[in-house]
Design a protein around this ligand. Structure first.
Ligand code: ADP
Ligand code: VHF
Length: 374
C-alpha cells in the first residue's frame, strides 16, 4: 500500500516542471529559478537516487525571447518558438547541473517514438543507460517535428509515459499551484487542497479544470490523466507546488506536499472495486471452458491459450471483460497486450509469443493481481 511515508523508499523519479512555473507566467526563464530544483535533484542523484527530468517551457521561453505576448495558434509558429526556447532550457539546465558536478542529456521524444515498439525499446535502453551513467536526462517533446495528430501536446502525458517506460517509482508534476484543489484556486480563493486520493476516484474528473495561463497546456485535467497513465506501471503521482520550499526533498522524506494520487495497485479490495465498477471495459475476450474453470476455481492468471476470440479495440493496460462461450461476463482485468497483439496470440502458449510478435512482454494476458472474478 502506497502512503506518503512509503514515498521515502522510492528510488527512480520522473520530475516534470510545467511551463507557467518555469517561465514565471511567461516572463521568461531565469537561471536562478532553477537553482532550488536542481539542487534538490542533484542531492538526490548524488545520494544514489535516479532522476529523469521532463521540462516544459520551450514554447513559453521562445515566446519571451521573440517578444511574443500571445501563444501563437499556428503550429509552425509554435514549433519555431519551441526550437528557440529549447536552446534556453538546455543551456540553463546544463549550467546548473554542471555546477553541481552532474552531466545532463537532452532527450526529445514524439508520441510516435513511444508507439513504435523498436523506438520504444531504444528510448528505454538509452534512458536506462543514462541513469546508470549518473547523467540527468532532460526530456521534452520534439516540438519541431511533432505534427498535430502525433503530439503529446502536454508534457504531463509525456512525463507519465516516460514513467511507464522506465518503470519509475514516483512521478512528480511540479506546477504553479499548491496541488489539486476541489475547484480551480485561481478563481476560488476558498478552494481546498486534496491531500491524497486514489487515481480512479471519480471526484477527480469533476474537480480538475483546464489551463487558463495561455502558457501551460491542459491544466489539472491532463495531470489527473497523467496520474492514471502512470498508475499502469504502479507509479504514484504527486502534483506538487513548484514554488514550495524544498518541495522535492520533503516529498522524498515522505512529508506532506501537494496532492498524492495513489495507483490502484493497492489493497486488493480497492482495486477490485475499481475494476468491477468504475471503468467501462474496452473489449471482450471469449474464453474456453478450461480457462473459465481455471479463473473461477483456481484463481489463476489468464493465459492466451484459453482465449478463443478477441473483440473490441483496446490498448495495453486497459480494462477488458472476460466472457464464457455463452457471453456471460465472468471476470474483468487489465490486459498486458493491445487488441491486435491479443488477437494474434490468442489460443497460443506464451512460448510462441516471441515468434508471433517478435517480442515477449508478459507471460500472462492478464495477471491474476489485475483480475477480478465477478
Ligand atoms: N482543481 C484545480 N486545482 C488546481 N489547479 C487547477 C484546478 N483546475 C484547474 N486548475 C488550473 O491548472 C493550472 C495548472 O496547469 P497548467 O497551466 O497546465 O500548468 P503546467 O504548466 O504546470 O502544466 C493552474 O494554474 C490552475 O489555474
Ligand atoms: N513541449 C512544450 C510543452 C507543452 C506544455 O505546455 O506543457 P505544460 O507546461 O506541461 O502544460 C514546451 O516545451 O513548450
Amino acid at each position: 500500500m502506497i502512503t506518503r511515508e512509503t514515498l521515502s523508499n522510492t528510488r527512480r523519479w520522473v520530475v516534470k516542471i510545467g511551463s507557467a512555473l518555469l517561465t514565471q507566467d511567461g516572463h521568461g526563464l531565469e537561471r536562478e529559478m532553477l537553482v532550488p530544483w536542481v539542487e534538490q535533484m542533484a542531492a538526490r542523484r548524488l545520494a544514489g537516487g535516479e532522476v529523469v527530468l521532463v521540462s516544459s517551457g520551450a514554447v513559453a521561453e521562445g515566446m519571451a525571447r521573440m517578444g511574443w505576448r500571445q501563444r501563437p495558434k499556428a503550429l509552425h509558429e509554435l514549433q519555431a518558438a519551441a526550437a528557440v526556447g529549447q536552446m534556453g532550457l538546455v543551456r540553463a539546465y546544463e549550467a546548473c547541473f554542471q555546477a553541481r558536478g552532474l552531466h545532463t542529456a537532452q532527450v526529445l521524444l514524439t508520441r510516435d517514438d513511444l508507439a513504435d515498439r523498436v523506438r520504444y525499446l531504444n528510448a528505454r535502453s538509452t534512458l536506462r543507460t543514462l541513469l546508470k551513467l549518473g547523467v540527468i536526462p532532460v526530456i521534452n517533446e520534439n516540438d519541431t517535428v511533432a505534427t498535430d495528430e502525433l503530439r503529446f501536446g502536454d508534457n504531463d502525458t509525456l512525463a507519465a509515459l516516460v514513467a511507464n517506460l522506465i518503470e519509475a517509482d514516483l512521478l512528480i508534476l511540479l506546477t504553479d499551484q499548491d496541488g489539486l484543489f476541489d475547484r480551480d484556486p485561481r478563481f476560488n480563493p476558498d478552494a481546498r487542497l486534496i491531500a491524497e486520493t486514489w487515481v480512479d476516484d471519480p471526484l477527480l474528473d469533476e474537480v480538475a479544470g483546464g489551463s487558463v495561463t495561455g502558457l501551460g497546456t491542459g491544466g489539472m485535467v491532463t495531470k489527473v490523466r497523467a496520474a492514471r497513465l502512470a498508475a499502469r506501471s504502479g507509479t504514484p503521482t504527486v502534483i506538487a507546488p513548484g514554488r514550495g520550499v524544498e518541495v522535492l526533498t520533503r516529498i522524498g522524506r515522505g512529508e506532506p506536499a501537494g496532492t498524492l494520487l495513489i495507483p490502484f495497485q493497492g489493497p486488493q479490495a480497492a482495486r477490485k472495486q475499481w475494476l468491477a465498477g468504475h471503468l467501462q471495459s474496452r473489449g471482450r475476450l471469449i474464453l474456453d471452458a478450461g480457462a473459465v474453470n481455471a479463473l473461477r476455481e483456481k484463481g489463476t492468471s489468464l493465459l492466451a491459450v484459453g482465449v478463443r476470440e478477441v473483440r473490441g479495440k483496446f490498448n495495453r493496460g486497459e480494462v477488458v471483460s472476460c466472457v464464457d462461450e455463452t457471453g456471460k461476463e465472468i471476470a474483468r482485468g487489465l490486459i498486458n497486450y493491445d487488441a491486435v497483439e491479443a488477437d494474434r496470440i490468442k489460443g497460443q502458449s506464451s512460448a510462441r509469443f516471441e515468434a508471433i510478435l517478435g517480442y515477449l512482454d508478459d507471460q500472462e494476458l492478464i495477471h491474476r493481481d489485475n483480475l477480478v472474478i465477478l
